[in-house]
Design a protein around this ligand. Structure first.
Ligand SMILES: *Cc1c(COP(=O)(O)O)cnc(C)c1O
Length: 382
């Protein structure tokens, strides 16, 4: 059986074979507990963990002491937002975020509302970007933290986190950035970016699922959310999964070394897909095209009910994979309720030009048939 062409790289990426190879020794002979410092098994694992920490810090131009391991970006978002909100509650109990954030941010914020915090959920502009003026106007003297993602997981737009961070800094508000979709897609320099907390994950950047990290700028107070043995300087307890951590380190190292060559290649494939689809009637792009990562295409199609289950030869999605079966809160926030079908197509490291051409003609055929069907129905109902 032939497999569908995989164009859902924003949901998760395949694990790069070089990452798998790097991980394997730590699932086999080098299985020691990194906290077992008294013998060689533990020391070998601990060295691997610290090497990975250097690889992660190096992609972001951060210090290794600012990187703490977590199970992924969901946990990092929870730890950053709850942890900083609790540890800095004396500053105030107001938080700011954006309606188009990932559910791991939005639902954390909603939970904090039940704990006596007040949250402002900013609406983006129609192109998915947030207005700096509106953001600045939302800041209050008691705003303890603002959280804005770097790259949106559905529409791929890139927020101006440098400008947003500067606004926060001028007001003494902590700034958290969910960068799950950004690593390996655009350069991130935490030595110059005014960001206090940054959430990271491996599985959107050709690494394994179930491992991520939180960047915590030196001096920023965060209350731990996972109590136990005091790992990660007390920030997050739990035995370190050395093989997973090695996978995260390796995939971020590959991202650092190969991003400059990979991004233009992926962009050319994405642009070829868009060129093939944009000329169809009723098709439009969701989210700004200029301020957008190279691999993302998110299209709305008017007058066309095209269920994903009918697109058996391509693996794509309509919204984020995390809220299956629901309409997209991101597209709704853009005011995109005039389209009947939304398709998110995300190209990745391993897509071939032949796959892109196949997907382009396959989707063109499906969309044209669906529109013709809709026109036929309309002709009979007037
Ligand atoms: C995937 C994703 C998450 C969740 O990351 P996990 O590592 O799967 O928990 C959070 N935020 C964004 C923007 C994502 O794309």
């Amino acid at each position: 059986m032939q497999q569908a062409v995989y164009l859902d790289n924003a949901a998760t990426t395949p694990v790069d074979p070089r990452v798998v190879e790097a991980m394997l020794p730590y699932l086999k002979g080098d299985f020691g507990n990194p906290a077992s410092g008294t013998h060689a098994y533990g020391q070998v694992a601990a060295r691997a963990v610290e090497r990975a920490r250097e690889q992660v810090a190096s992609l972001l131009n951060a210090d290794t002491s600012e990187i703490a391991w977590t199970s992924g970006a969901t946990e990092s978002n929870n730890l950053a937002i709850k942890g900083a909100a609790f540890a800095n509650a004396k500053r105030g109990r107001h938080l700011i975020t954006v309606a188009t954030e990932h559910k791991a941010v939005l639902d954390t914020m909603h939970w904090l509302e039940t704990q006596g915090y007040t949250v402002t959920f900013l609406a983006p502009e129609r192109n998915g970007l947030i207005s700096l003026n509106k953001f600045e106007a939302a800041l209050r003297d008691d705003t303890v933290l603002a959280s804005v993602m770097l790259v949106n997981n559905e529409i791929g737009v890139i927020q101006d986190v440098a400008a947003l961070g500067n606004i926060c800094r001028a007001r003494g508000t902590l700034f958290h950035v969910d960068a799950a979709q950004a690593t390996g897609k655009l350069p991130i320099d935490l030595a110059t970016l005014p960001v206090d907390l940054m959430s990271l994950t491996a599985h959107k950047t050709y690494g394994p699922k179930g491992i991520g990290a939180l960047y915590v700028r030196r001096g920023v107070a965060v209350d731990c959310q996972m109590h136990g043995g005091g790992h990660e300087r007390g920030l997050r307890s739990g035995t370190l999964p050395a093989h997973q951590i090695v996978g995260l380190g390796e995939c971020f190292d590959l991202a650092r070394r190969e991003m400059n060559a990979e991004v233009p290649r992926v962009r050319a494939q994405r642009d070829r897909l868009w060129a093939a689809l944009r000329e169809l009637p009723g098709v439009r792009l969701n989210g700004d095209f200029g301020a957008r990562v190279a691999h993302n295409l998110n299209i709305g199609i008017a007058d066309c009910e095209l269920p994903l289950s009918s697109l058996t030869d391509v693996a794509i999605s309509s919204a984020s994979a995390c809220i299956l079966g629901q309409a997209s809160h991101v597209i709704a926030a853009l005011g995109g309720d005039d389209v009947s079908t939304v398709l998110r197509i995300t190209v990745g490291r391993f897509n071939t030009d032949a796959e892109i051409d196949f997907a382009a003609s396959y989707l063109r055929g499906k969309i044209a048939a669906c529109r013709a069907n809709a026109e036929h129905k309309a002709a009979w109902t007037v």
